[in-house]
Design a protein around this ligand. Structure first.
Ligand SMILES: CC(C)(COP(=O)(O)OP(=O)(O)OC[C@H]1O[C@@H](n2cnc3c(N)ncnc32)[C@H](O)[C@@H]1OP(=O)(O)O)[C@@H](O)C(=O)NCCC(=O)NCCS
Length: 170
């Protein structure tokens, strides 16, 4: 059974731990080790997470799975921003599930929760950026997202994110 709860600053260590365990597997075939560690640092340092949540309106959710001994284990997280740029759409900034728990329904449970919250504040779309080579594109298509454009974003240190923007009506 998967359940979802809101994360707070006290949960930053578990978010950082899951990112460290999930990013290398996700991106080793797509990005250089240097770019992976640079991006982990700029996106997941405690200062960066504080800045995202306190100043930029990002909210984090955690996904839990009940294991065989009936204790809850955190297996993934997502972050989102309602009313992005003052528009009626919600941006999903991050969604990562531990490699050994992918395919167990946590990803779709996190997106469903974000969509419910987005609808409750009057947003009518959810959207996100995904690397053009990330197989997660197939997951997003399966759950109703479509590609709306391409974006090449410089992120410093001569690194780029080479992304599709995908969007879904809610
Ligand atoms: C992409 C990701 C968030 C999906 O979450 P998940 O928990 O693994 O997916 P779910 O179990 O909720 O899958 C829901 C459905 O999508 C399908 N699916 C999941 N990943 C898929 C993929 N890469 N390709 C095709 N289908 C996929 C599942 O088979 C499932 O289908 P079903 O309902 O017919 O069984 C997760 O696999 C992940 O963390 N990947 C690595 C990190 C990443 O790339 N994050 C996105 C960055 S933009």
């Amino acid at each position: 059974m998967i359940h979802i709860r809101n994360a707070s600053e006290a949960d930053f260590p578990i978010i950082q731990e899951i990112a460290q365990k999930t990013w290398p597997k996700t991106f080793s075939a797509i990005l250089s080790p240097g770019q992976i560690s640079y991006m982990l640092d700029i996106m997941y340092s405690t200062d960066s997470l504080k800045n995202q949540t306190i100043h930029n309106g990002h909210r984090f959710l955690l996904a839990y799975l009940q294991d065989s001994s009936r204790s809850d284990v955190c297996i993934g997280y997502a972050s989102y921003q309602l009313n992005y740029s003052g528009e009626k759409r919600t941006k999903i900034h991050k969604i990562y599930i531990l490699p050994k728990h992918q395919g167990e329904g946590a990803g779709v449970a996190l997106i469903n929760r974000i969509e419910e919250i987005a609808v409750s504040v009057g947003d009518n779309h959810v959207f996100l950026n995904v690397n053009k080579s990330n197989p997660a594109i197939n997951f997003y298509e399966k759950i109703g997202f479509g590609i709306i454009k391409e974006e090449k974003i410089p992120i410093g240190n001569r690194f780029f994110m080479d992304d599709y923007v995908m969007q879904k009506s809610i």
